[in-house]
Write a protein that binds this ligand. Structure first.
Ligand code: NAG
Ligand code: NAG
Ligand code: NAG
Ligand code: NAG
Ligand code: NAG
Length: 387
């Protein structure tokens, strides 16, 4: 993992970038097979290149926060709602050892699974962004974990036996979430290796204003969920474990400002709601939207403007990406507001936070594009989803 990403983050629980102290197996959620125990337990899928899709539900609380879907674990299967998080590397669900801190979530009962293995190795993970718009302060998004292994199934894709983590304790920031855990999908994810699927997945999200539906397709893409051709950009610095591609410039409301015409490496994180840019980039963008968008000292890293003004501000952010050919994606003005700050109903938070040392794109963009996460091809693809 990249040191700077050792930042962990995740807001959407996303754990976008998690900083994980998983020294042991380097946790691959690759659910790498550790023994043959469970393979053949269920009928294998016969088709040579299967695909299968999982619906995703939206977590909405004043603003679009996160999408999540089901995974089943163990024999017989126990079902968990998880965020499929391209910003973190590993799979975590609460275990029965997590008492009060996990009171509102489903907990995996390992004693009820005939295929369970306890790898008996403790670790922790911290997230650099939290769920939705909740602030990340120090290590206030942290999970304490125990490494285990069992069979896992997502939609029709079966992972015979892999290592993952049971949550034994967590910070209270996770309590309101309507989901139980996080399923990390890094560009090195090996989940497809033993399952006979092509190593690619597609993700569809849509804004709450049109229903907030979502879907993840494993092994391919759902061509009914986008229009036009997919445009691809290669992953850069893949060894850092993040889905990141190169942008060549940003324009705002059609204006091309010189300081924004530079290459930036942008991390794509399905677990983060909004956007994080380094300060000069964030402020150059805001300067073109309105001089009245100002840093909010109450919540370091955030910016805001009077709620009474925000709806009428044009704030179309167009980003050019490297590809063959290069292509553009646009974040519409409707994403500018992420709602009032807690404790200050007149002041609305704007979509870009300042980060230290990295630039990250979350659901403010993905809600408007179908995205293809091509592990085999080490590239990302996008096409408008019509919303
Ligand atoms: C996940 O599973 C639960 C219980 O099995 C079910 O009620 C829920 O509708 C499922 N969610 C999705 C998104 O399919
Ligand atoms: C921006 O900062 C606010 C306040 O700390 C936080 O709630 C929100 O999650 C941050 N957004 C991102 C994308 O990290
Ligand atoms: C769980 O973590 C909290 C910090 O978030 C800590 O105060 C508490 O003592 C821990 N509980 C257990 C059982 O370790
Ligand atoms: C919704 O947001 C409010 C205000 O930020 C917060 O107090 C509440 O806990 C949230 N509800 C849920 C279910 O997340
Ligand atoms: C910007 O990125 C493109 C595509 O990766 C690359 O060809 C070009 O050399 C880069 N420009 C600079 C100034 O680094």
């Amino acid at each position: 993992m990249i040191p700077s990403l050792a930042l962990v983050l995740a807001t959407s629980v996303t754990a976008a970038f998690a900083t994980a102290q998983h020294a042991h197996s380097d946790f691959k959620v690759t659910l790498s097979s550790t023994s043959g125990g469970a393979s053949g337990r269920r009928a294998r899928i016969a088709a040579s290149n299967p695909t299968s899709s999982e619906p995703l539900l939206e977590y909405f609380n004043g603003t679009d926060l996160q999408w999540y879907g089901n995974v089943s674990v163990g024999t017989p299967p126990q079902v968990f709602a998880v965020v499929f998080d391209t910003g973190s590397p590993s799979f975590e669900i609460p275990g029965t050892a997590c008492g009060a801190p996990c009171a509102t979530q489903h907990k995996f009962d390992s004693s009820a699974s005939s295929t369970f293995f306890d790898l008996d190795f403790p670790s922790t993970i911290e997230f650099g962004t939290g769920i939705g718009v909740d602030p990340v302060v120090g290590d206030n998004w942290k999970l304490w974990l125990e490494e285990v292994a069992d069979v896992v199934q997502i939609a029709d894709l079966e992972l015979p036996l892999g290592a993952f983590f049971l949550i034994v304790n967590q910070t209270t920031t996770f309590s309101p979430d309507p989901f139980d855990g996080i399923f990390g999908l890094s560009p090195q994810s090996g989940i497809f290796d033993s399952a006979g699927y092509d190593a690619v997945f597609g993700m569809f999200f849509s804004p709450h204003s049109v229903g907030g539906a979502g879907e993840m397709t494993l092994g391919g893409v759902d061509t009914t969920k986008f229009t036009g051709d997919l445009m691809y950009s290669p992953i850069v610095d893949a060894d850092q474990g993040s889905w990141q591609i190169e942008s060549l410039g940003i324009s705002v409301n059609g204006q091309v400002e010189r300081s924004l015409q530079q290459n930036l490496t942008l991390i794509f994180d399905s677990g983060t709601s909004n956007i994080l840019f380094e300060q000069p980039v964030a402020e150059a963008i805001y300067a073109q939207i309105s001089p009245d968008i100002k840093a909010n000292p109450e919540e370091p890293g955030t910016y805001g403007i009077a709620c009474s003004r925000i709806a009428s501000l044009p704030a179309e952010i167009e980003i050019t990406f490297a590809g063959s050919p290069n292509f553009k994606m646009t974040i519409p003005s409707s994403e500018l507001s992420v709602g009032p700050f807690p404790g200050n109903p007149e002041l609305c938070q704007t979509l870009i936070n300042v980060s230290l040392g990295y630039n990250l794109i979350g659901l403010s963009l993905f809600k408007h594009y179908y995205s293809v996460w091509d592990i085999a091809g080490q590239r990302m693809g996008f096409a408008p989803n019509g919303f």
